[in-house]
Design a protein around this ligand. Structure first.
Ligand SMILES: [Zn+2]
Length: 69
């Protein structure tokens, strides 16, 4: 269940499952923030866990974080 992702697998996942692109070239673990480029041109940082499991696959401009209330 706790699959170990490599940077090329992540790159693949990002390409197939989002309109963003992966800019980071190294992956050291699930808590590391990766650098992405959104389809709008903005760069944004997110952990792969959030990107994949919480569907946060765009920058905060295209996909503003939900206000918690
Ligand atoms: Zn964007």
């Amino acid at each position: 269940m706790n699959k170990r992702w490599t940077i090329s697998e992540i790159n693949d996942f990002v390409e197939k499952n989002s309109e963003s692109r992966l800019l980071s070239t190294e992956y050291h673990g699930y808590s590391q923030k990766l650098l992405f480029k959104c389809s709008c041109g903005n760069n944004f940082e997110k952990t792969f866990t959030k990107f994949k499991n919480k569907n946060q696959r765009k920058c905060d401009v295209c996909e503003p974080p939900r206000p918690s209330r």
